[in-house]
Design a protein around this ligand. Structure first.
Ligand code: GP9
Ligand code: MN
Length: 434
């Protein structure tokens, strides 16, 4: 009902963070590439194995002078995995506590998502490039409700034989074979690339392996192969960027590069520990939580070289308002649970979907508070306890209001200024060949 919507709106309004003036609009009018690095965790960045970087190309972006990167950025997905990440990134609302929002609510809900907002506010064309079938995670329906104009799914590419692995077209082929569609998009565009090759169980044909890259030998094949497919993903990006630089698209764009969620699960982390130079003996929930960091980078080529690596704490929920402000589009009128990572008012309490949370100083797991300094259970003053109680209350409230918004489809009652409701029936993603 409308009063339920009011409660949500009151909360998001109260938490709104105004933009950082020095960042607002610095990517205005540029094309947007959202590059979804499948199962990609932050520890891969700058990681060396047998003296070799696993992801040299991404590392060069990470340290590049026009890149704003975050090293305390967390995924916040639940069971909806990739689809939860997509939902958070493009709506700044949470996934559900059970199942996938895309799958359960995505066909019927009202969305006020990045593609429709950017189309209506700044004239952006929108498209998704993905090498899996369109129905996976119910994307064919959800994307229409989000206002995506084009969805170049598996049917647009030759995915036969060894061109695919478990979740679809290999990344190098996706980037290469999508170019003929990308080139026809009206600029400015908002284009999302969802990679798949770096996905459990991290299979790669030997023909795609870099003979010069030798992985670890932990005895856990998922851990060992994870580095091999991450290395492949890195090479695929390098090839794509070579193309973009050649055509000049590179300099006219902003790149949002992020990891969607963990690739190595908690149960395998002890095997990973030795690779990370840690002992698995006293491995705790705290250590698992720290590994939920994923990369987030905003690369803005030729933008004056003021980039840096920020240690601000944040999560996937925060990406949309941050991106909008970089593009010079105010986020104020929308219902969004995240806040601009560059804003001095940004809230650094990062909620996980199960109500655990991380702050710059503490990690809270099932009500146990760990100190980020020591990694051990924290000894807390009364004032610190009080603050952490407040943080927990906020996390719970935020998650439950997001659930209320989505479960009850409350956005259908919400009319932000100038927002025209998306008409999903306008879009037809079927392959133009038939
Ligand atoms: C498949 C891909 C994988 O299309 O996006 O999703 P995940 O299994 O990571 O949720
Ligand atoms: Mn995924």
């Amino acid at each position: 009902t409308k009063s339920e919507l009011e409660a949500v709106k009151k909360f998001t309004d109260a938490h709104y963070a105004s933009p950082n003036k020095s960042m607002y609009g610095i990517a205005k009018g540029r094309n947007v590439f959202v590059i979804h690095l499948e199962s990609f965790q932050q520890f891969l960045i700058d990681k060396k194995i047998n003296g070799q970087e696993v992801t040299p190309f991404l590392n060069s972006i990470y340290h590049g002078s026009n890149t704003y990167a975050f090293d305390n950025f967390f995924h916040q997905v639940g069971q909806g995995k990739t689809s939860d990440a997509e939902n958070m990134l493009e709506t700044s609302t949470y996934g559900l506590s059970q199942g996938s929002l895309f799958a359960t609510l995505g066909s019927d809900n009202t969305f006020q998502a990045a593609p429709s907002i950017l189309k209506q506010r700044a004239g952006y064309t929108s498209a998704v490039f993905h090498g899996n079938v369109a129905s996976f995670w119910n994307r064919n329906n959800v994307y229409k409700n989000m206002g995506y104009q084009y969805f170049f799914d598996a049917s647009y590419y030759d995915t036969s034989g060894d061109k695919s692995t478990g979740y679809g077209l290999k990344d190098k082929l996706l980037f290469n074979d999508s170019v003929k569609y990308l080139e026809r998009l009206q600029q400015p565009f908002y284009a999302k690339y969802i990679t798949v090759t770096n996905h459990f169980p991290y299979d790669l044909d030997s023909e795609d392996e870099d003979p010069n890259f030798k992985t670890v030998d932990t005895g856990d094949s998922a851990v060992d192969n994870y580095f091999v497919t991450a290395h492949y993903l890195d090479q695929s990006l390098k090839e794509f960027f070579t193309y973009l630089k050649k055509t000049g698209l590179y300099d006219k764009s902003i790149f949002v590069i992020y990891g969607d969620h963990y690739g190595i699960s908690d149960s395998e982390n002890k095997k990973l520990a030795s690779v990370l130079g840690k002992s698995s003996d006293d491995w705790t929930d705290y250590d698992d939580a720290q590994l939920q960091r994923v990369p987030l980078m905003f690369l803005i080529p030729n933008s004056g070289g003021k980039g840096y690596i920020s240690h601000t704490y944040g999560g996937e929920i925060d990406v949309l308002p941050t991106l909008m402000h970089l593009l010079g589009v105010s986020s104020k009128r929308y219902i969004q649970f995240g806040t601009d990572l560059f804003s001095s008012q940004h809230d650094q309490v990062v909620a996980f979907r199960n109500q655990d949370f991380v702050t710059p100083n503490y990690t809270s797991i099932s009500d146990v508070i760990y100190s980020n300094k020591t990694g051990k259970k924290a000894t807390l003053t009364a004032a610190q306890k009080k603050q952490l109680k407040k943080d927990q209350t906020k996390v719970n409230k935020e998650l439950s209001l997001s659930d209320s918004l989505n479960d009850k489809n409350l956005l259908r009652f919400y009319n932000p200024k100038g927002f025209k409701a998306v008409n999903a029936s306008k879009y037809n993603y079927s392959n133009g060949l038939d």
